[in-house]
Design a protein around this ligand. Structure first.
Ligand code: KAF
Ligand code: ZN
Length: 754
């Protein structure tokens, strides 16, 4: 990073120097040339020729332009590189005591500033109005100004030589400015764009599926916003269905491929397509900010969160090790979907159509458990029905999750958490429904915002979100700058680790959500299969989201190839295909929350790997014996203590050290062994089931429907086409006969006349 700053300054200076040198050369040559022509020649013919060229007017204009350009480019490049740091810029002040004083002040002020921003942001996210948006954007600017001021102070210190490692670590974070490095107008533009994209996504709605919806001449549904019925056989389109809960539920429960295809497409029309242009501008500004911080692009800036060289390669390596297990699951699920829908809908050896997997993005497949379950009629761990029958409310689900945390000796949610959280979707206003967990930076105020539905999936989400709050609570005594996850993947993993135990059949039985549970092989496989639909199915999606964004940020993927590259990855990595043709008019990545909301996604891939490492270690601490997938750490104070030790470090140490603490020094690396061990028995079972199936997929065998006509309209279309053809043939015959008759007449007349 330091190197790139130096390169920036050198390049800037070089440009200016080159400009000046060129200007001087021009002056000298031009005046020489004038002199030469005046004095008569002592130069060779070739030189004279050259000078004559140089003197030509066109040349002078071009050269002047080059000079101006070099100076114009050189000055800002040099100045920007000199002013803004790359990661860890330092100054000349070597006084460590003064630096510690500065850190103390920073700590007190940052908490207060952050709290104000969080309040404003919460108000907007739980009540999407223009007023709340304005207040939030104002607070965001104040928060950025604060960062810039503190960055200016911090970079005065020669902190790299300070003696206290913790102080050095704090400075290494404080001296990276982030997007506040942008000039004020551009920063405003960037935050404004982000808000617009997130709002478009959050308030997007579509029309209910009905075969009588208006069609375009191509036979395709008319997805264009709102319209009234314009003939008796049609119905009007009033977009009333939001993603949560309606579309999510319909994608989960509908088994009608036409309806699913319609919903899939309509969501992308409403949420993805409209933000395409904004996203492109957002990428430009993000890159500009990243470069001002000394990174090559925003992707490299994001990856720097992981504090290791070669993070990208490491992730790729992890995925390569996990991919064979994913392919086994993919082949098995595809075969089951062929059984359900037939080979006209699901290709036996091709990628799986993305609308049939029970989820808007085909990212987790738990909602097709009913049609894919290995041993129907045996214990199934989907407790959605039990939750509903027993009258669970969102609040009861939250209390159940909390009880798991406290059973390990971890923190209960504070009183204000229960008073201030939003755990149900309000009916009187627009909100950003995508779940999130909030730390209000004052050590007291923590909240969750979740449009909770009473389903098993949401029970797991509740554990996930509460895991974020638990982490926040455990590191609250750290200095402000260290109050964060060891890496973003750790933050995403905490709640999931507990959910791995809470979802076991034995545990669900103990809380009264499952009836008789036996220890049979079939129960094990049914359980592991359900977990794989969640954990293994997700891996390629978790991997490819940021593969795509990193490539967009680096410029490897350009505006002419945005959606196309997205589908190359979806087909190549995940083995799913779009149910209808896609073009560069579309912007399908934009129909996934984390793209318009600008939340990096590889964190979830990391989380899905590391959570099994946590699970294995906590199970060891809890004294679990037997297969890993049967472990339930419920009520293990020892497991709780270990978890507390790791999490209370926050970001004060690199995550590799936190992993060392977790594993008692056995490893400090991300490791796929525990997840492979967990799913070992399922893998063997899948391999035996998949004999004779193609493992993998042939991309060219994807089934992409050209138009979304219903059968009824297809038949009507065909009948109309036949009638039109008959009429056309009749017309041609009549015309031909008339022609012949007329022709004969003319011929006769003509011959008579001659
Ligand atoms: C995870 C687990 C199961 C399935 C799928 C996933 C991935 C992902 C998804 O695609 O749904 N899960 C989430 O997005 C859960 C939301 C969240 O808890 O990760 C949330 C995302 C978010 C929302 C708004 C702004 C920023 C991030 N993350 C947090 O609330 C959070 C993150 C870090 C620290 C504290 C809270
Ligand atoms: Zn999360």
């Amino acid at each position: 990073m330091v190197a790139s700053r130096v390169v920036g300054v050198v390049m800037g200076v070089a440009c200016v120097v080159a400009g000046v040198v060129l200007a001087v050369v021009m002056l000298v040559l031009f005046s020489n040339n004038k002199k030469e022509t005046e004095e008569g020649g002592i130069m060779s013919g070739r030189q004279k020729q050259l000078l004559a060229d140089m003197a030509s007017r066109r040349m002078v204009v071009v050269m002047t332009c080059v000079v101006v350009l070099l100076v114009l480019v050189g000055v800002p490049v040099g100045v920007q590189s000199a002013i803004f740091s790359d990661k860890g810029t330092e100054g000349t002040n070597t006084n460590e005591a003064e630096a510690i004083d500065f850190l103390g002040r920073y700590d007190r002020e940052a908490g207060q500033m952050c709290n104000k921003f969080m309040e404003a942001s919460w108000n907007y996210n739980t009540n999407v109005t223009d007023f709340n948006k304005r207040v939030m954007l104002q607070q965001q600017m104040i928060w950025s100004d604060f960062h810039r001021t503190k960055w200016n102070e911090a970079t005065n210190f020669a902190w790299k030589n300070f003696t206290t490692p913790t102080v050095r670590r704090m400075f290494s974070f404080l001296t990276v400015l982030g997007k506040a490095a942008l000039p004020r107008d551009k920063l405003k533009e960037l935050t404004g764009l982000l808000q617009e994209m997130k709002t478009t996504y959050s308030v997007a709605k579509i029309c209910r599926y009905d075969a009588r919806l208006r069609r375009l001449p191509s036979g395709d549904y008319d997805y264009d916003a709102e319209f009234e019925a314009d003939d008796d056989n049609q119905i009007g389109c009033i977009p009333t269905l939001p993603l949560e809960p309606h579309l999510t539920q319909m994608m989960a429960n509908s088994r009608d491929p036409d309806e699913l295809r319609y919903l899939w497409r309509a969501w992308r029309e409403a949420a993805g397509k409209p933000i395409r242009q904004k996203y492109l501008r957002f990428v430009e500004l993000s890159n500009e900010a990243a470069r001002l911080n000394g990174f090559s692009d925003a992707g490299e800036y994001w990856r720097s969160d992981y504090e290791i060289d070669g993070f990208r390669e490491e992730v790729e390596e992890l995925w390569q090790k996990l991919s064979p297990l994913y392919q086994q699951l993919h082949a098995y699920v595809r075969a089951k979907l062929v059984e359900k829908y037939g080979e006209e809908v699901v290709p036996r050896r091709g990628p799986i159509p993305a609308h049939l997997l029970g989820n808007m993005w085909a990212q987790t497949w738990t909602n097709v458990l009913d049609i894919t379950i290995p041993y129907p009629g045996r214990t199934s761990v989907d407790v959605t029905n039990a939750l509903r029958i027993q009258g669970y409310s969102p609040l009861a689900m939250f209390r159940l999750a909390e009880e798991f945390f406290t059973s390990l000796g971890l923190e209960p949610m504070p009183q204000t958490f229960w008073q201030r959280s939003m755990i149900q979707k309000p009916t009187d206003r627009e909100v950003v429904c995508h779940a999130s967990a909030w730390d209000f930076c004052n050590g007291r105020d923590y909240r969750i915002k979740q449009c909770t539905e009473v389903t098993m999936e949401h029970l797991v989400t509740t554990h996930h979100e509460m895991g974020h709050i638990q982490y926040d609570l455990l590191y609250r005594n750290q200095p402000f700058i260290f109050r964060d996850g060891a890496n973003p993947g750790f933050h995403e993993a905490v709640g999931d680790v507990l959910a791995l135990s809470a979802s076991t059949p034995r545990h669900l039985q103990s809380v009264g959500l499952l009836g008789n549970v036996d220890d049979s092989y079939e129960t094990d496989i049914n359980f592991l299969f359900a977990m794989a639909l969640d954990k293994i199915a997700f891996l390629p999606f978790g991997y490819l989201m940021d593969q795509w964004r990193w490539e967009v940020f680096s410029g490897d993927t350009t505006s002419s190839n945005l959606n196309n590259r997205w589908w190359e990855l979806r087909l190549g990595v995940q083995g799913v295909s779009p149910p209808v043709p896609r073009t560069e008019e579309d912007f399908d990545p934009g129909a996934k929350f984390h793209v318009p909301a600008n939340v990096p996604y590889v964190r979830y891939f990391v989380s899905f790997v590391v959570q099994f490492q946590f699970h294995a270690e906590l199970c060891k601490a809890a004294g679990h014996e037997g297969p890993l997938h049967r472990c339930d750490i419920y009520r293990s104070v020892k497991a709780g203590r270990l978890l507390r030790n790791v999490l209370s470090l926050g970001k004060s140490r690199p995550w590799t050290e936190a992993l060392s603490v977790l594993t008692s020094g056995r490893t400090n690396k991300l490791d796929v062994e525990p997840i492979l061990e967990y799913f070992g028995p399922l893998r063997t079972w899948l391999e035996s089931q998949n004999r004779g199936e193609l493992i993998g997929w042939r991309e060219n065998e994807a089934i992409v429907l050209q138009v979304t006509r219903s059968n009824a309209s297809l038949i009507t279309g065909a009948v109309l086409a036949v009638i039109a053809l008959v009429l056309l043939v009749a017309l041609v015959i009549i015309a031909f006969r008339r022609c012949r008759r007329g022709g004969n007449k003319n011929f006769n007349t003509a011959s008579q006349g001659s």
